[in-house]
Each structure stands twice: as structure tokens, then as C-alpha cells.
Design a protein around this ligand. Structure first.
Ligand code: NAD
Ligand code: MG
Length: 398
């Protein structure tokens, strides 16, 4: 029996890589559903190639257009519209595996629906854990879902920890987790140059090719702050048990240090098809089309401490994690607003941390006891961040 796979966010960078790995194993995987926000042409081409049962577009007008184009091409794929369609294809009883690869807070409800339905959840959408870690992890436990981290660092840590038959990682003998960071494109830049950085410079990551939002997060180091929260929820550790190590080559994807002095690491070329294949195949190893690592070509591995002065987002995230409650959900929301503003040219690069800090000083902190509470904290922070961002945009023009 083939595994039925839903790919949430199939037209994105992770989605495309997921379909690439799956297509190498047509005997093992069939595509149940593909989803996108509004890239009609990309989703149409994927549907014609992979023939899923369902295609979902969250944008209603885009869904109508896709429906017309697929009907004209004689496709048997059923088109669903809106975010209810995402929940439906994530929780469908016919589905075995859900790749959660929507970017941002928009991915949370469907990712949670997959966990609640007890699926094998391949988690790329780190924002789900950052916003609603307690809710999400208890949904995984209660429904007996298999949670496999796709974020390369967390996938590496998972590979270096003892794991039970249900993919639950343990901490026996573990001293600390060493979470690596590339340092992003501005690692060696001075403060003045960073402040003048353009969106294209921020998106030109030295080692990874990714979507624009996560690329900016890598440049501000907010990505590492989000990943610190993600690691704490996934592995049941506190932030004090995680050391962030800047490793510019991105060959070691993270490490685990044990009580006896052993340090285990996972290495490989920076290619997301490795963690994706690991998640799809676990506990087996599948061919992924990745170029094998050549250590002679790599030649050297460097390490340095992160600089929280030039990259204040890391400090802001650390403080938000310590504050608890809905603070990290608000931090994530403010970051999404600020990054979107930066990408549109409304604010400068260093306005990103400023907008987030101003927002966190203003919003209320509550206990994230339900999805509704988390979503309310998310929208409050978006609104407040939007006000601070517009004020900064106006100040820059004046
Ligand atoms: P991307 O921008 O390339 O793709 C995002 C996908 O989500 C697209 O299919 C898009 O149509 C869909 N989408 C966007 N907004 C949506 C909305 N509001 N509602 C429904 N669908 C929406 O993003 P990406 O780089 O592939 O990242 C996806 C997720 O994986 C993110 O959470 C990111 O942090 C995580 N991640 C990515 C990488 C990487 O290498 N790209 C590595 C680690 C983790
Ligand atoms: Mg990562």
C-alpha cells in the first residue's frame, strides 16, 4: 500500500523539494492533496504532474481560476477553497503523511488538525510550535501522531538523540543541545552596513535557497530565536540547555553533547531534501538526490559565538521565550509584519527588531490555553506591529 501524502504549501521551497523526493519513490508515495495560497500556474502544473485527489487554494478567486484551468485540461483533481479546505486535507482519514510547509502563522490551524488526526506530521512550519507549542505537543501525544522535525537543525538533533518506536526523542545522558546557525548573509558586516541592507541582500543566503520570509529571518537571526523555541518544545529542554553556535559553512546541521563527553553531530551538504527524505522514510533511509558530502572539498569547519548586539532579534526572542504565555506568539506575529514591511520597502532592516520590541512592550501576555486564545494574541500583535511599522515608515519619509 502506498502512503497517501498531503503537502501543505506545495508551491513553496519546502513543498517543491518534498515533491522532488516523493517522485523518486513512486512505489512508496502517492500525492493525496496539494495546497497553495494563490500561485495558480504553479499549483496547476503540480496537479497535472502528480494527479492529487484534492488541490486547495486559500485565496477564493485563485481557487476558481484553478478549477477552470484544471477542468479545461481534463484533470480529475477536486479543487477546494479557503482555509477550511486546508484542515480537511490535513485531517482526511485517507491521509497517512502531512508535510506542514505553509510559511508563517497561517500554517498553524492545518498543522494542528494533522496532529489531532494522528498523522505522521513532517514539521517544516516551525511557527506552529513557536506560537502554540504546548497545545501542539499535547495534540501529538493525545492523538498518537508521529512528529518528525524537518527544520534541518532539529532534524539533525532528532537524528542524534535516542528515539522510541513512536518517534519520541529521549534525553537520557544528554547534557546539552548545540544548535547551529549559519550567521546569515550579514554575519561579517558592520552595524552601519547592516542598517542599510536591501531586501535582495537579505534574501541572498550564503548556503541555503529558501523562501523570502525565512531568508530575512536568517539575516536578522530571528530564525535562530524561533528555532530555539522550536527546539525547547520538540525535545523537552529549557533554553538554558541549548547553546547557539554560529557555523558559517552549514555542513554540521546541529549537535548533541552527552554526559560522558561524547558529542554527536549530523553532517551533510545544505540541501533540504535530506531532512525531508528522513521524515518521509523514518525509520528507513531513502535516496534523496542529494550530492554526497565531500570532506576534502569542505576542508574546514568554523565556529563562533553569535553577536546579539548586531543581531538583537536573537536577544528579543530569548526574552520572549523566558516571558512565556503568548509572548512568543506575539513575537512571531510582530516579526511577520515587520519582515513583510521590510520586503515591501516600507521600513529598514534594523526597524525589524525595533518594531518587534515596541510591540512586545505593548501587548498583553495571557496563557495560550486554546487555538482561539493564540489566534487572538496573534491578531492583536499584528495590529500593534502594523501601527509601529507605519509610524517608522512615515518617520523615514519625513
Ligand atoms: P515559501 O514562501 O517558499 O512557500 C510557502 C508556501 O506556503 C507556498 O506554497 C505558499 O503558497 C503557501 N502559503 C503562503 N502563505 C499562505 C497562507 N496565508 N495560507 C496558505 N498557504 C500559504 O516558504 P518555505 O521557505 O518553503 O518555508 C515553509 C516553512 O518551512 C516555513 O515555516 C519555514 O520557516 C520552514 N522552513 C523552510 C526551510 C527552507 O529551506 N525553505 C528550512 C527550514 C524551515
Ligand atoms: Mg533551520
Amino acid at each position: 500500500m502506498k502512503q497517501q501524502v498531503t503537502v501543505l504549501g506545495s508551491t513553496g521551497s519546502i513543498g517543491v523539494n518534498t515533491l522532488d523526493v516523493m517522485a523518486r519513490h513512486p512505489d512508496r508515495f502517492a500525492v493525496h492533496a496539494l495546497t497553495a495560497r494563490r500561485s495558480v500556474a504553479a499549483l496547476r502544473d503540480q496537479c497535472l504532474l502528480h494527479e492529487p485527489r484534492y488541490a486547495v487554494m486559500t485565496d477564493e478567486a485563485a481557487a476558481e481560476e484553478l478549477q477552470r484551468e484544471l477542468a479545461a485540461a481534463g484533470s480529475a483533481t477536486t479543487v477546494l477553497a479557503g482555509s477550511a479546505g486546508l484542515d480537511e486535507v490535513a485531517a482526511d482519514p485517507a491521509v497517512d503523511v502531512v508535510m506542514a510547509a505553509i510559511v508563517g502563522a497561517a500554517g498553524l490551524p492545518a498543522t494542528l488538525a494533522a496532529a489531532r488526526a494522528g498523522k505522521r506530521v513532517l514539521l517544516a512550519n516551525k511557527e506552529a510550535l513557536v506560537m502554540a507549542g504546548a497545545l501542539f505537543m499535547s495534540a501529538v501525544r493525545d492523538a498518537g501522531a508521529l512528529l518528525l522535525p524537518i527544520d534541518s537543525e532539529h532534524n539533525a538533533i532528532f537524528q542524534c538523540l535516542p528515539v522510541d518506536d513512536c518517534a519520541r526523542p529521549g534525553l537520557a545522558g544528554v547534557d546539552r543541545i548545540l544548535l547551529t546557525a549559519s550567521g546569515g548573509p550579514f554575519r561579517a558586516w558592520d552595524t552601519a552596513r547592516i542598517a542599510a541592507a536591501t531586501p535582495d541582500q537579505a534574501c541572498a543566503h550564503p548556503n541555503w535557497s529558501m523562501g523570502r520570509k525565512i531568508s530575512v529571518d536568517s539575516a536578522t537571526l530571528m530564525n535562530k530565536g524561533l528555532e530555539l523555541a522550536e527546539a525547547c518544545w520538540l525535545f523537552g529542554v529549557g533554553p538554558a540547555q541549548v547553546t547557539i553556535v554560529v557555523h558559517p559553512q552549514s555542513v554540521i546541521h546541529s549537535l548533541v553533547q552527552y554526559r560522558d563527553g561524547s558529542v554527536l553531530a549530523q553532517l551533510g551538504n545544505p540541501d533540504m531534501r535530506t531532512p525531508i527524505a528522513y521524515g518521509l522514510g523514518w525509520p528507513e533511509r531513502l535516496a534523496a538526490g542529494v550530492t554526497p558530502l565531500d570532506l576534502f572539498e569542505t576542508a574546514r569547519l568554523d565556529f563562533e559565538a553569535p553577536d546579539e548586539e548586531r543581531f538583537p532579534c536573537l536577544r528579543i526572542a530569548r526574552e520572549a521565550i523566558a516571558a512565556g504565555g503568548t509572548t512568543m506568539a506575539a513575537c512571531n506575529a510582530a516579526n511577520e509584519i515587520a519582515v513583510a514591511g521590510f520586503l515591501e520597502g516600507a521600513i529598514g532592516f534594523m526597524d525589524i527588531p525595533a518594531v518587534i520590541e515596541e510591540t512586545l512592550a505593548r501587548v498583553r501576555r495571557v496563557e495560550p490555553e486554546s487555538l482561539a486564545v493564540v489566534e487572538a494574541a496573534d491578531s492583536e500583535a499584528r495590529q500593534v506591529a502594523g501601527e509601529f511599522m507605519r509610524a517608522r515608515g512615515r518617520a523615514a519619509l519625513a
